[in-house]
Structure formats: C-alpha cells, structure tokens
Design a protein around this ligand. Structure first.
Ligand SMILES: [Zn+2]
Length: 113
C-alpha cells in the first residue's frame, strides 16, 4: 500500500491521503500531532516515561508563568503543517509550524483513519 497523493487542507485542519488502493484517509491535523510517535511527544503523553521525571513537580516560578500564558496561541502553530516530505518509501515526514518534526509510517496513517 502506497499513497497516490497527500493533501493538507490547512483551513479545514485535516490531511487527506489517497491510497493506491483507491481508498482515502482523512485525518485531523490535531490528532496527527497528538499521536506524534517521536520520543519527546510519547513522553509528554506519559508513555514510556522515566518514573522520576513525571513525578517531579515543576519549580514554583515556572508554574506561575505557565498559568499566565494562553495555550491556544501556541496550539494554532502546533497543529498547522509547515511542510511535508517523503522519508524513504515507508513514511511521511511532517514539519509543523512550531518547527516540531514528526515521522509517520504509511501503515500508521492508514490505521489512523
Ligand atoms: Zn513529536
């Protein structure tokens, strides 16, 4: 299975993949980003964490700063795609607008539908 075309519809917030089987997968960009398989994101989701890392409370100063920020502003860039590229024959590389880089295998994308 291989994609015939990959289209990002930024306004709609989706990525559309047309497979060589004739099927089409439509995946919300938000979910794609949230499912980013890289080690950093997996750890943020609490998967495979070092037990000590998540238990440590943030320093009081940083916690105060965080409560003043507007997370939505960051999220807009987080869920927008800057560019796409092929990674070998097996995966799609995504550069997000906040400059985070993700790699999704075609298999992963097909299952995300
Ligand atoms: Zn990631």
């Amino acid at each position: 299975m291989f994609p015939e075309s990959v289209n990002v519809k930024q306004q709609a917030g989706i990525i559309e993949i047309v497979w060589n089987t004739g099927q089409t997968s439509t995946i919300p960009l938000m979910r794609l980003r949230q499912d980013c398989p890289c080690a950093t994101c997996a750890q943020e989701r609490g998967e495979n964490p070092h037990p000590g890392l998540l238990d440590a409370p943030p320093p009081p100063k940083e916690a105060k700063k965080r409560s003043l920020s507007l997370p939505l502003l960051g999220d807009i860039r987080k869920f927008a795609i800057d560019s796409l590229h092929h990674v070998g024959h097996y995966a799609l590389g995504v550069v997000w607008a906040d400059n985070h880089k993700s790699i999704y295998t075609w298999e992963f994308l097909k299952d995300s539908e």
